[in-house]
Design a protein around this ligand. Structure first.
Ligand code: SF4
Length: 720
């Protein structure tokens, strides 16, 4: 019998970066019955995708870690132990390795799945006490190119737009973004906007994705040539005088250098590189430039590339020369991946210091050191290794120990055969994860069982910079603990290095972050937020300063109990750079010329197919969670490979037969799905499954962001 819901509890979805507000239904016995979308939340207005609808099943899903585990060698069986013993052992091993090989010989890699207060606390522990500079997040596999591109163009990270821009735009261009499968509720917001007012959708993607099927114009470009296509569009815009001259003059530097470069990208020439007919290039360039407001969105098709950062810069250039930054419907909006990819960018200190502060800036090092009460010389003057550099450094022996938090590189990293060898070389590996049976845990010496999602409390920041709250709905399962608690306990074992105060609650940590976020002209200012205000408004978009909050409170009389949801007076700021002032020394955005260099692993006689990878709607990342949920598995049970019917016929391959896919790294066996979604020289495999597509990927790195190219690799197909 279906249990009745006695009480609904408010929280936020912990999968993708859309940031949907969820209510968890609890029965008479306090156990979870179901989940539903929160109707009052601006982001999802009561809707959820399949993952959010089934998210309540996570609390009781199989494979959850119950108690900490330890073993001397990774091939021996685990023994259950106490929290004190596991944390003592971990702290002692970190200190031993650092004493023997140097502070940076121990690395830490986290995730985009934690809550923001957990990121802040982990950053404080790693940067302020453990003191290794080799600390990164698995966001390097996901958003690093967007971060790097924003910083190069605008002087700071932070997506400048918001979902509401769909309601104002007159043209939307999507680069390598398949919203219906990656971010279904953002797609629903887009469709809702289109039902009210028609505007053209242009999709740029080598594959006929679900979003491409819905587009007015689909440009199936040659993989890895997006910078050529965008440069060519800009060539047309400048040649035909369609640019926004007043905006360029008032708010940018570098137009002459860009104009000079773009002479080499006329559509007649570009079409032979990017595979898009010259007239189509001209058509979309004119459509975009002539629209009263136009916006670009992108996801992994741009970021996961050897020139991902350059691709982002090109998109920013396009929007700057057409005046499409910081205005309703005009923006350069990177749709982030994980639920709190933004939180890790903002507060984790992975590539710098909290609050978008930089290790490279003396003033930033001093501000944070003073705030934490430590000597600023404890901080290194530049960032250390990215995640993608840490694994090669394990191979060479430079890194001896590793702490992995909620990330599963044994499925997620490219070139798995090489990653496996690296893991086997580690002297000490600690895995902190909700699930004991996660693949990477096979190599660990200590396992720390973490609480899942709404068994803990804290904030997320979504794609549109909206900070939302996750309330703890249930107590942690068995003897698992919130990540926040684990980091706090570990900090007690490093007070001999630096005595630092760690707040006992997530709200205490949030209040510390609010204080640290203050500062004249800072975009990432959250000082006007509080847990109560965030919950009442169902999310607030930064920047939101203390001064703005005080003005809002005075205007609407918060003390008299106005309903913030009705009044929408405490929602923060939907857009960055609306005043045309950027975070560069002179306040102007940079137009940066980007020249195309073909450094992909392209198909050849031996490996004649492009190997593309991506997402299916039912699963999230490496299936550590969705792989445990019956209905997600039912709709997407096994890996498969999309293949063009003509290409399959040439090789005598049948629909639903099994084939071996081979690259220069390894091989994988998959079932064939014949479809016109891919062209004759491309195959596509979802990335979620263990021992599958990432046995094949090479993962060449972007020089700026260190993000790997997951989507531009070469392979061949053989019968089994
Ligand atoms: Fe969760 Fe994303 Fe689905 Fe919303 S769209 S319910 S945030 S997975």
């Amino acid at each position: 019998p279906v249990k009745a819901v006695k009480e609904w509890k408010y929280t936020t979805c912990n999968y993708c970066s859309t940031g949907c507000a969820i209510e968890i239904g609890l029965g008479d016995d306090g156990q979870v019955v179901t989940s539903r979308g929160h109707a009052g939340a601006d982001v999802n207005r009561g809707k959820l995708c399949i993952k959010g609808l089934l998210e309540a099943e996570l609390f009781t899903s199989p494979g959850r870690g119950k108690v900490p585990l330890m073993r001397e060698k990774a091939h021996l069986p685990f023994e259950p132990t106490t929290w004190d013993a596991a944390l003592d052992k971990t702290a002692a091993k970190i200190k031993e390795i650092q004493a023997k090989y140097g502070r940076d010989s121990f690395a830490v890699v986290s995730t985009g799945q934690l809550l923001t207060e957990e990121f802040y606390t982990l950053g404080k522990l790693v940067r302020g006490q453990i003191g290794t500079n080799n600390y990164d997040g698995n966001t390097t596999l996901c958003m690093a190119s967007a971060v790097s591109g924003y910083k190069r163009s605008f002087g700071s990270d932070g997506p400048p737009g918001c979902y509401e821009d769909f309601e104002h735009t007159h043209c939307l261009m999507a680069f390598g973004s398949n919203l219906p499968e990656q971010h279904p509720i953002i797609y629903w917001r887009l469709k809702e906007a289109l039902e009210k007012r028609k505007f053209p959708i242009i999709v740029i993607d080598p594959r006929v994705t679900m979003l491409a099927q819905f587009a007015d114009i689909h440009l199936p470009l040659t993989p890895g040539t997006d910078t050529v296509l965008i440069n060519s569009m800009m060539h047309v815009i400048l040649k035909e005088g369609l640019e926004d001259k007043a905006y360029i003059e008032a708010h940018t530097n570098g137009i002459e250098e860009l104009r000079e470069l773009l002479k080499d990208y006329d559509p007649k020439t570009a079409q032979h590189v990017c595979g898009i007919d010259e007239d189509r290039i001209r058509t979309v360039a004119r459509l975009y430039a002539k629209a009263p407001a136009a916006m670009s969105i992108w996801t992994m098709g741009i970021n996961q590339s050897t020139h991902g950062s350059d691709g982002v810069v090109c998109i920013n250039n396009l929007n700057l020369i057409t005046g499409n930054i910081g205005r309703p419907g005009g923006t350069s909006l990177s749709i982030t991946g994980q639920c709190n990819a933004m939180g890790t960018r903002e507060w984790s200190s992975c590539s710098g210091l909290p609050g978008y502060r930089l290790l490279e800036k003396e003033k930033d090092r001093k501000t944070v050191a003073d705030f934490w009460g430590i000597d600023e010389s404890f901080f290194p003057p530049a960032r250390g290794m990215a995640q993608t550099d840490i694994f090669p450094a394990i191979e060479t022996g430079e890194i001896k120990g590793l702490w992995l938090v909620a990330t599963n590189p044994m499925t997620s990293m490219p070139n798995q055969p090489r990653i496996r060898k690296a893991m086997e070389k580690l002297e000490f590996l600690v895995v902190q994860d909700v699930y004991e049976d996660v693949e990477t845990n096979q190599h660990s010496h200590v396992y720390l069982p973490a609480a899942v999602w709404a068994e803990k409390e804290g904030c997320h920041t979504n794609t549109e910079r909206r900070v939302n709250l996750t309330r703890n709905v249930l107590k942690p399962y068995a003897d698992s603990k919130p990540d926040f608690w684990i980091f706090n306990e570990m900090s007690k074992r490093f007070q001999d290095r630096n005595v630092i105060h760690f707040p006992a609650t997530a709200e205490g940590a949030f209040n510390e972050m609010r204080e640290l976020s203050k500062g004249e002209g800072r975009t990432l200012d959250i000082s006007g937020m509080s847990y109560d205000r965030i919950e009442a408004a169902r999310g607030i978009q930064w920047p939101y300063s203390e001064a703005q909050a005080a003005q809002d409170a005075a205007r609407v009389g918060e003390a008299e109990g106005f309903d913030m949801l009705q009044r929408k007076d405490f929602l923060g700021n939907p857009r960055l750079y609306s005043d045309g002032k950027f975070q560069t020394p002179d306040g102007r955005a940079k137009l940066i010329p980007v020249r195309f260099v073909n450094n992909n692993e392209c198909p050849d006689g031996e490996y004649p197919f492009w190997l593309n990878s991506g997402r299916v709607v039912e699963h999230f990342h490496t299936r550590t969670r969705t792989g445990k949920i019956g209905n997600c598995n039912k709709f997407s049970p096994t890996p498969y490979m999309e293949m063009n019917p003509d290409a399959a016929a040439e090789l005598g391959i049948q629909h639903q037969s099994y084939v071996r896919v081979i690259s220069r790294r390894g091989d994988a066996v998959v079932m064939v799905q014949l479809t016109q979604r891919v062209g004759r020289n491309m195959v596509f495999i979802p990335f979620h499954f263990h021992d599958c597509v990432n046995r094949l990927t090479l993962g060449l790195l972007d020089p700026y962001s260190r993000q790997p190219a997951f989507k531009q690799n070469a392979c061949r197909i053989e019968h089994i």
